[in-house]
Design a protein around this ligand. Structure first.
Ligand code: VGL
Ligand code: ZN
Length: 199
């Protein structure tokens, strides 16, 4: 049994002062760094959108950020522009220990499909390649931390569980957007999926 720490989207745009700031998003960084030594592999994910991405409200005339639209693949929240490829906002938080990462996996680069999950894009079908990486390294157990609990952590944890990995979300080292009751809904969905929510 090998275990990996998956650190989701600890990027400037999700921290206070960023374009899609998650309250206290920066406060989890020291504790995440401290966990890294306890795992066989450390993997970072990076939200990585091209300019004009279809998940941006600015790409849909007349739509405000945080409104919901229907895409070919289902409902999609429209976000403020964030995590644009190569920008400071897309960079990892300065204090995050990126040196210890074995793999950095980017997601959301497809202009037409958002990708909350580290495993599949929001069409729930297009893989990112992370599953193959984990399987070929014989990693079976995943602990997830990062931003945001109710979106990218939640979707990543649920996909990993569906794929047969054993998944723990370390809730103390996550922070949520909590838009429209999304945190409570995410917690219920994760528990129902058999994901361990640890303090
Ligand atoms: C995220 C919204 C849009 C996240 C990424 O990391 O949770 N949320 N893009
Ligand atoms: Zn995004």
């Amino acid at each position: 049994m090998s275990k990996a720490l998956i650190v989701i989207d600890v990027q400037n745009d999700f921290c206070p002062g960023g374009a899609l700031a998650v309250p206290e998003g920066d406060q989890i960084v020291p504790a995440i760094n401290a966990m890294m030594g306890d795992f066989d592999a450390v993997i970072l994910t990076q939200d990585w959108h091209p300019k004009g991405h279809s998940s941006f409200a600015s790409s849909h005339p007349g739509q405000a950020p945080m409104s919901l639209i229907n895409m070919d693949y289902g409902p999609q929240v429209l976000w403020p522009d964030h995590c644009i490829q190569g920008s400071q906002g897309a960079a990892f938080h300065d204090a995050l220990n990126t040196t210890q990462a074995d793999l950095i996996i980017r997601k959301g680069y497809n202009p037409a499909i958002d990708s909350y999950s580290a495993f599949f894009e929001n069409d729930q079908n297009t893989p990112t390649g992370l599953e193959g990486y984990l399987r070929t390294r014989s990693i079976t157990d995943l602990t997830m931390v990062g931003l945001a609990t109710d979106f990218c952590v939640n979707f990543s944890a649920q996909d990993a569980t569906k794929l047969g990995f054993s998944v723990t979300v370390q809730m103390d080292n996550c922070r949520a957007i909590d838009f429209d009751n999304s945190l409570a809904a995410a917690k219920t969905a994760m528990l129902n999926a058999g994901i361990t929510l640890a303090e």
